[in-house]
Design a protein around this ligand. Structure first.
Ligand code: TRP
Length: 451
């Protein structure tokens, strides 16, 4: 083992780690992305595939990735160099760390644009209040994303916020922010679910859409999207949870914390779905209306309910914060690497990686308006980056992580980090050696049309 502690510091407690890692997992993926991709992919069957992927692929890989981080105690790139040396494996494994760095920056480039939308909606809520009328709400959203200036402005603001947290290091602002945020966000989601119940019949339509599977609705690409989303929502496959694991004090149970984080993440996503789909049906909206879905539905609820002005503001503020606690994990791997290998200060490392990510994000912002006709493989820049990262890079990264942890690392090292009873260890080992890699492989084959 290279070090017993990371040079970047450590979480102050087990609880601090759980909050930070849950903060990384819970974000726009749960509240913005899960509902809209579920809507686009027909509902229940998609949800079921996603849940199966979380269980069989996500959790074992989360355990593997965190374990590797804690053993390596460095940025993912250097962790992989150290661990492959320890295992006597080829050093080219560290390229897996590089792929993660690139994936993280690409994800953040569009994540920041969408977080910017949420930020803009805080101000819309404060100054305009929300209309109770579905048509007006949609018009507001359409006008908003048609404006390149506004999207770039809010994207810039969010990138500045992200980098200012990252500059201060993992413990600085981050730990404290999350402690307050997570419980409040959960409270507001429950309020929204309660509101959704008041839609009467539409509430049951929403539940049926989410939970009664119709497998004729899904094809290979839907399965790939569900699997990709399992990685995305748990924050796996690119080194984010590996770098968080590298700040994890020894002695904290990786298995228990992983189960807790995955559980919390799944609950938040399902609650978001339960809050949103009844509104979709009650207002005659299209479940498949894409990335704008929550911005076209939730304002209606706030516009209608008593106290909606305040709740609306609070909700979008919390969504921005939830995005912030995720975005920092996307960029932490490259920042940690710049500090370790280039000797940069955290500030310099943050500014450099932030500017590069911001620039890509500007092209994403434009892809919703000025450049909406520009396509790569038939997709807009936003759709292309989302597909490339979530559906391809994360599953490939996760596949390699599972293989590395289960086949390359020495069993005794893995056992030392995980420190669990034999039966549990054998279960993890079986899932990480066979089930998770095979599942990723089969889904890819199927999309390629080989199966
Ligand atoms: N999980 C976050 C969300 O659902 C996004 C995120 C944070 C992420 N870190 C990640 C996605 C690492 C992929 C990889 O919003």
């Amino acid at each position: 083992m290279a070090n017993t502690k990371s040079i970047h510091g450590e979480w102050s407690s087990r609880f601090a780690y759980i909050l930070a890692a849950t903060g990384s997992a819970v974000g726009l993926g749960n509240i913005w992305k899960f509902p809209y991709i579920t809507g686009e992919n027909g509902g229940g069957a998609f949800v079921l595939v996603y849940l199966a992927c979380v269980l069989a692929i996500g959790i074992p890989i989360m355990i593997a990735e965190t374990m590797m981080g804690r053993r390596g105690r460095q940025s993912p790139i250097n962790t992989l160099t150290t661990l492959s040396a320890e295992a006597g494996a080829h050093k080219s494994w560290h390229y897996l760390g590089w792929m993660g760095v690139i994936a993280g920056m690409l994800i953040l480039s569009y994540y920041s644009v969408i977080a910017g939308w949420a930020n803009a909606y805080v101000f819309k809520a404060i100054f305009g209040g929300f209309s109770a009328d579905a048509v007006e709400v949609k018009a507001t959203f359409d006008d908003f994303i048609a404006s390149p200036m506004q999207l770039v402005f809010w994207h810039t603001l969010f990138m500045i916020a992200t980098m200012s947290v990252v500059m201060r290091g993992v413990k600085g602002g981050l730990e404290k922010a999350v402690q307050l945020l997570m419980p409040t966000l959960l409270g507001l989601l429950i309020l929204l679910v309660a509101y959704a119940m008041s839609t009467g019949e539409a509430y049951f339509q929403g539940l049926a859409f989410l939970f009664s599977p119709d497998f004729s609705e899904i094809d290979g690409d839907a399965i790939l999207t569900a699997m990709g989303h399992a990685f995305f929502t748990l924050g796996l496959g690119m080194g984010a949870i590996m770098v968080y694991g590298s700040y994890l004090p020894s002695g904290v149970s990786i298995v228990k914390t992983s189960l807790y984080i995955a559980g919390a993440d799944t609950i938040v996503a399902l609650l978001a779905g339960i809050a949103i789909f009844p509104l979709v049906f009650a207002n005659g909206l299209e479940p498949g209306s894409g990335p704008g879905l929550i911005f076209q539905t939730l304002p209606i609820a706030f516009g209608n309910m008593t106290g909606g002005w305040l709740f609306g503001i609070l909700f979008f503020v919390l969504l921005v914060f939830a995005a912030l606690t995720s975005s920092i994990s996307l960029i932490e791997p490259v920042v940690a690497w710049l500090v370790e290998n280039k000797g940069y200060s955290r500030v310099k490392a943050s500014v450099m990686s932030g500017v590069a990510t911001w620039a890509v994000g500007v092209t994403v912002a434009l892809s919703f308006n000025e450049w909406s006709d520009f396509t790569i493989f038939g997709k807009t820049i936003f759709n292309f980056l989302d597909y490339l990262t979530a559906n391809l890079m994360l599953p490939i990264g996760g596949f390699c992580i599972a293989v590395f942890a289960a086949w390359i690392m020495h069993d005794k090292h893995v056992r030392a980090e995980l420190d669990i009873p034999e039966q549990q260890y054998m279960l993890w080992k079986y899932l990480a050696s066979y089930v998770a890699p095979a599942a990723v492989f089969l889904v890819f084959l199927q999309v390629l049309g080989v199966l």
